[in-house]
Design a binder for this molecule. Sequence first.
Ligand code: ZN
Ligand code: ZN
Length: 363
Amino acid sequence: MSVYAERIARVREQMSATGVDTLLLSVGADLPYLTGYEAMPLERVTMLVVPRDGEATLVVPRLEASRVVEQPDVFTVSAWDEIDDPLERIAGLVGRGAASIGIGERTWARFVLGLQDALPGARFRSSTEVTAPLRMRKDAAEIEHLQAAATAVDRIAAEMGERPFGGRTEADVHRELADRIIEHGHQRVNFAIVGSGPNGASPHHEASERVIGDGDVIVCDFGGTMDGYCSDITRVFVVGEPTAEVRDTYAVLHEAQERAFLAATTGTPCEAVDAAARTVIEAAGYGEHFIHRTGHGIGLEEHEEPYIVAGNDRPLVSGYVFSVEPGIYFPGRFGLRLEDIVVATEAGPRRLNEASRELAVVA
Ligand code: ZN
Ligand code: ZN
C-alpha cells in the first residue's frame, strides 16, 4: 500500500469518527498530504472529492492534468474542459445525499459559495477536524524531511554571523537570507524577517531600507520549503558589544525557551509548554512584552496545528513537530525572539535546530 493510500484509509476512519460524509480538498496542504499533488491557486478549480465510502476523484482543469501523477489505488482523475461547469461535476460526485461536507480552509470562497448553492441540503465544515489529527503526527520520513530543512537553516544562521551587518540595509540582509535559503536546498523562500533596532519590536516586520547601525539588535526569522516540508528558525544578532540590558533580557529569553523545550514531553498539554516559557518571562517582569503564543506546528505548512498557546489542552503525542519561539519586545527600542523546531518523542523532546542559541555578536 502506498503512503497516500494509507493516509486516505486513515482519513476515512477519521471521517467516520467525526461524521463527515464527503471531503473536498482544493488549494492548501491537505491535498498534497493525501495525493502528492498540489493544486494551483487559480480561478480554475482543482478539487479532490473523497466520499467516506467509494472511490476518490481528483477533479482538475484539463490543462493541468498532465502534472498529476496518477495513482489508481488512491484516486481517479476527472479532467474538465473550459466549457464545462466543474462545480456541477463536483456536486454530482458528492451526491445529494451528503449531509456533512468537510472542506479545506483555504478553498476560494467563490467555489465554496457555488458548491453551497449546488448542494443546499449539506452542512459545510472545516476539513481540518478530519485531517489535522493525522497531519500533526509526523512519520519517520516526514521528520527526516523536516530535519534536513532545519539543518539547512542552521547552516545559514551560522554563516550570517560571519558577515558584517553594520552599514547594510534590512532589505540587503533579507536578500542574503533569501538567496541562502535557496542555495541551501530549499525550493521556496517562505519568509525572511529582518527587524533591526526598533523594527525588531514588530514580530512580523517587513525588511525596510533602514540602515543597520552600531549597537543595533537584529531579529532574523527565516525559513523555506524543501521537498514539501518547511523550515523556520529565529536567531538574534547584535552589532558590537551588547548593552547590559540586552544581555540580561536575552538571558531571560534563552531560559524561557529552554524551559518550554524541556516541558515538551509527550502527554503534556500544548498550553503547559506555552506556560513554561511565559512563567520565566513574567517572573523577570517582562510578561506584557511577550505578545504572542509560544509556538506553532510545522510540516507541509509553515504554520499548522498544534498551536502552542494558552487554551489548547491537547496533549503532545510522539511525532508532533512544532516551534518553540518565545519573544520579548520593547516598542520603539528593540525586540528579541529565539526559535527552534522541536519534535516530541517517547524519549523526550528533541530539537531539529542546533545552531548556536547564544546572542551572536557581529560587526
Ligand atoms: Zn519563525
Ligand atoms: Zn515560527
